[in-house]
Design a protein around this ligand. Structure first.
Ligand code: ZN
Length: 1011
């Protein structure tokens, strides 16, 4: 067996791939294996570790020489059919049928990347198969080019327009002030190079891209010797290479004419083709200047004015400098800029630690008045000089160090698996011919930097001098909102259409378009889509990964036995603590204070200190601290009842919790726990000005998000009288909460603060529990400190809940009589768009019936509702899902032009499907995707939170196995019986609500909203 991690094998070959380097990636507890295929030049970098979610990505260096958007159009087009998969959109088919945890394609200014990830091995290779075929063997038909890129379109009246998926997408990119201002700034910093162009495409330039240029682009950049296959996870390197050889390597050799070994095939560094290298060079400006750009008015609050200094390639020193100057609101530069009153916020980019190799520091303000530009330049320059003269306070240095240490370690899942964060670092090196591991030691290099920092207290000042005061090239940048911006672009588009229209041979055009439309309208048959690989039921792993939560106890205040919940996860030297107090000893009328309280408790200060001092104090010690709410329902299923029984004495199951959570480095555990205890016990409720600010922010946010959250508001109304937890949700997050929170401003701040303090004190007096998530080493260090923490946080004995009857909740519901009525409830506002919501009764949790209903719902969402509500009805989204814990089924639409029609479509569809049923083949496919939903991976923190919170509601992680077993056993008969049950339920119990514009009129009860 070939050992890819044995350095003796360097220089040796496996399956035509030469092993070139093995990197020890300590910061990621992984090894990196770099290989090159001798014959084609394809390079491969495998981050080898025990992650069972495997990720692959095909990456190509792509550089623009204009703003025609070829890279972006290519990114779309290769996914529109290939040699082995000659379908219209294999990508869409794959996305909806695979078990992927991530699948996408991304165009950067200097590369195009095609990543996919899955925890199911067979699925992983299926995706790799489709993607490899797409990037190396795409059809790239003329139809695809004009569909995705641009074309002159003609409607039935002969009126012409320019259309194209990318063309339209990019028109959206040129319509908001901030987006355009930031794009133009980055582009204007690097004239005469690829970075000066829009790799996504400027709609004014896109129509000049020819089909031939498009084909040439693929030939130039999508060759195996310009490709890195990035791999991450626990599937062996050998298996991956075997797969490539079995499916692709000889086909690639043939298509790309690889008759002999590539030159320098044993080079340890990535090979960059000379014609590509010539395009990568980026040239910063060599003289100071001012650049002014116009941008659309939409979303602007004034000018964006910034000062910019080139900084070269990114490194840890520059990262530190930007953090110490502007890392949070109390950092010295951001503080000075904000205090000046010259703008309403910091400029949208502080620096460009983004995607390109060359970067720059950028400081300034947005929302600046015209005429104040020079004042902002002077302010930035003067502030940097002052900070240099005065030096940076040790607390600010500490808080920057703390913030970076934390960010480098926390494993997150913001936009996909964490492996993609690592991928971007690998590509930064690979793209420019540097080692793939060039950027893969951030923690180690920051540790070295910290040593420099401790040896030289003057280092921050020296860095300010080096990067700002001694630099002679300063680019001043202004983005000005212009009412003309969009008008000019629209005029230019109209002129272009006129020109193209005049030149077009209308008969030929009509023929071409008819052909395109026929191609687009063709519905692929089952035989045609059969080529797409699918995971079979038999290939699925039936054993579910369980995340157990351990229960222990510590001695709290007055000898109380405080429950301590522990989750061990690979958190990389970080720990998370939740301290939770029940609020269910209070009457339901007080629950309405909880949402505001949880959002503000860690934002009002503590220990009598000013709010600014509190931010500085917490940012020197913790990654973050925040308030939270945790409520839920307990299922009446026998398994859940057994759990309730098992933990009866603990008094923790099915409670309503107000919590305070924080995250921090284990090395700061003592300081963090001390501060957390201080925050909990000395919370301030006397800063009226701070309270007014928070109230203002909350109200602004509620107003801003109201229309966007319309679907949830409507859905909560449909069942708010049914069960305790439904009513609680309406009181805490629904229209009833909205109406309650409007009342805060009718009372003096002092009175509100008194109420909030009363509720908070009552929660603390009800006792508490603690939850910790950390890795093994961290737990060893932290657990012994928990007793002293529980005592200094004064956590007392947990007292049992007061059980209030459902009527106590119901009488607090806003306009309860309307919720009681069978007619639809109408939430009418000024809104361009609407939402429909309905609910009915479903089977109990953990039953086979519930699983069949879940499969049925998932099928309905992607088939019946997709056709009837999306394609025909014009809604942006539509879905049906089951909450079997609360015996409920829900139906909703999203951005729906005719929501009143949709509530009928929901019910009619159920009736029809009870008759027609679902096919056996569709059931099997849906079972596979429903299974995928149950096993989606999550970050260490989320995994632990889900397990802990599940336990609190008698639904521990172990029960997932039962759900998976149930799902995998579902047959077509089960699903068709589910369809009949739901149809019957909808006939007898069907509650609806509609969120729509005031102008709409149809029958129902209008909820009175004084907004
Ligand atoms: Zn796109």
């Amino acid at each position: 067996m070939f050992d890819f991690l044995d350095s003796k094998n360097i220089g040796k070959e496996y399956g035509g791939f030469v092993l070139l380097a093995i990197d020890d990636l300590q910061d990621y507890k992984s090894k990196g294996v770099f290989m090159r295929h001798k014959r084609t030049g394809l390079e491969l970098y495998h981050i080898v570790n025990d992650d069972r979610e495997n990720t692959f990505a095909f990456a190509f260096r792509t550089f623009a020489k204009d703003s025609k958007g070829c890279a972006h159009i290519m990114e779309h087009s290769v996914l529109c059919g290939s040699e082995k998969y000659p379908l219209k959109e294999p990508f869409i088919t794959l996305a909806s049928t695979s078990l992927n945890s991530f699948l996408n394609a991304l165009t950067y200014p200097d590369k195009t990347v095609y990543p996919g990830a899955s925890v199911v091995r067979a699925d992983y290779f299926n995706m790799m198969d489709v993607y490899a075929d797409a990037v190396f063997f795409p059809k790239l038909d003329r139809e695809t080019f004009i569909q995705e890129g641009h074309r002159l379109e003609m409607d039935e009246n002969g009126k012409t327009s320019i259309q194209g998926v990318v063309y339209n997408e990019m028109k959206g990119n040129y319509s908001a002030f901030r987006d355009v201002a930031v794009d133009l700034q980055i582009r204007s910093m690097f004239p005469d190079s690829f970075a000066a162009y829009d790799s996504g495409g400027d709609p004014q330039v896109i129509p000049s891209l020819s089909y031939q240029e498009f084909l040439d682009f693929h030939q130039k950049f999508y060759s195996p010797d310009n490709c890195l296959l990035y791999l991450h996870g626990n599937i062996s390197t050998a298996d991956q290479i075997d797969f490539l050889n079995e499916r692709f390597m000889s086909r690639i050799e043939e298509k790309y004419g690889c008759k002999e070994d590539v030159k320098n095939f044993d080079s340890k560094l990535p090979l960059v083709k000379p014609e590509v290298r010539a395009l990568q060079t980026i040239k910063p400006r060599t003289e100071s200047c001012e650049i002014r750009e116009l941008a659309p008015e939409t979303g602007s609050t004034g000018l964006i004015v910034t000062m910019n200094w080139y900084s070269g390639a990114s490194d840890i020193e520059k990262y530190f400098l930007s953090e110490v100057l502007c890392g949070n609101d109390s950092a010295p530069l951001s503080y000075k800029l904000k205090e000046s009153g010259l703008g309403d916020d910091l400029s949208p980019i502080w620096n460009n630690f983004g995607q390109m190799q060359e970067e720059f520091f950028c400081y300034g303000l947005s929302g600046v008045k015209k005429g104040d530009e020079q004042k902002v330049y002077d302010l930035v320059q003067k502030s940097l000089q002052e900070i240099y003269d005065e030096g940076i306070a040790q607390e600010d240095v500490d808080s920057a160090v703390m913030g970076i240490d934390f960010n480098l370690r926390e494993v997150t899942r913001y936009w996909g698996p964490y492996s993609l964060v690592i991928m971007e670092k690998v590509l930064k090196g690979w793209n420019y011919g540097k080692e793939c591991c060039d950027q893969l030691d951030p923690i180690t290099s920051f540790e070295n930097f910290k040593k420099r920092l401790s040896q030289d207290k003057d280092l921050p000042r020296k860095l300010i001098k080096k990067y700002f005061l001694d630099k002679d090239v300063v680019v001043k940048y202004v983005a000005e909102p212009s009412a003309d911006f969009l008008k000019k672009r629209n005029d230019a588009e109209a002129a272009l259409i006129k020109e193209l229209d005049a030149a077009a041979d209308k008969e030929q055009l009509k023929k071409d378009l008819d052909q395109l439309h026929a191609y687009q309208q063709h519905v692929e048959t089952a035989e045609e889509t059969e080529c797409m690989p699918r995971v079979k039921l038999a290939e699925l792993d039936r054993n579910v990964e369980i995340t157990p939560t351990k229960i222990d106890f510590v001695e709290g205040a007055d000898g109380a036995k405080v429950p301590l919940f522990i989750n061990e996860e690979q958190t990389n030297g970080i720990f998370y603590v939740d301290v939770m107090f029940p609020f269910d000893r209070l009457p339901p009328s007080d629950y309405r204070y909880i949402p505001f309280l949880s959002g503000s408790i860690t934002n009002m200060g503590w220990n009598g200190q000013s709010w600014d001092d509190c931010i500085t104090e917490s940012s020197c010690v913790m990654g973050d601290v925040w308030g939270r709410v945790c409520t839920g329902a307990v299922s009446d299923s026998p398994d859940c009842r057994a759990i309730v029984e098992k933990y009866k004495d603990l008094n923790v199951i099915g409670r309503k919790w107000l919590g305070i959570s924080c995250k921090a480095l284990t090395s700061m555990s003592k300081e963090t726990l001390d501060l957390l205890a201080k925050i909990i016990t000395t919370m301030s409720f006397d800063d009226e000005k701070r309270f007014e600010n928070l109230l203002g922010e909350m109200e602004a946010e509620k107003r801003a998000s109201f229309v966007g959250a319309g679907r949830d508001y409507a859905l909560r109304r449909t069942n708010c009288l049914k069960r305790e937890n439904h009513a609680l949700n309406e009181l805490m997050w629904g229209i009833s909460q909205l109406m309650f929170s409007l009342g805060y401003k009718d009372r003096p701040a002092a009175e509100n603060l008194k109420e909030l303090k009363r509720v908070y004190d009552a929660c603390l007096a009800s006792g508490g529990i603690i939850h910790i998530t950390a890795d093994k080493d961290s737990l060893e260090k932290i657990l012994p400190m928990m007793k002293s923490f529980a005592q200094s946080a004064k956590i007392s004995k947990l007292l049992p809940a007061e059980n209030y009857p459902l009527e106590e909740y119901q009488k607090l519901i806003y306009q309860k009589e309307i919720a009681d009525d069978p007619l639809p409830q109408l939430i009418k506002v000024d809104s361009q768009t609407g939402y429909a919501a309905a609910s009915s009764v479903a089977s109990s949790y953990l039953t086979k019936e519930a699983s069949a209903e879940a499969v049925f719902s998932s099928w309905v969402s992607t088939h019946t509702f997709w056709d009837k509500l999306r394609t025909t009805g014009g809604a942006y989204g539509a879905g049906m899902w089951i909450d079997s814990v609360q015996n409920s089924v829900y139906f909703t639409t999203y951005r729906d032009p005719t929501p009143e029609r949709s509530i009928k479509v929901f019910a009619d569809s159920m009736k029809e499907l009870a008759q027609s049923g679902v096919s056996a083949e569709d059931v099997e496919r849906t079972v596979v995707t429903s299974y995928a939903d149950l096993i989606q991976p999550s970050s260490p923190r989320d995994k632990a939170a889900r397990s802990f919170e599940g336990l609190l509601f008698a639904n521990p992680s172990e029960l997932r196995q039962k759900r998976v077993d149930n799902i995998l056993s579902i047959t077509v008969d089960d699903v068709n019986a589910a369809a009949k049950r739901i149809s019957d339920a909808v006939q007898s119990d069907y509650k609806t609500a509609v969120f729509c514009d005031k102008s709409k009129s149809f029958s129902g009860n209008i909820i009175n909203l004084p907004l």
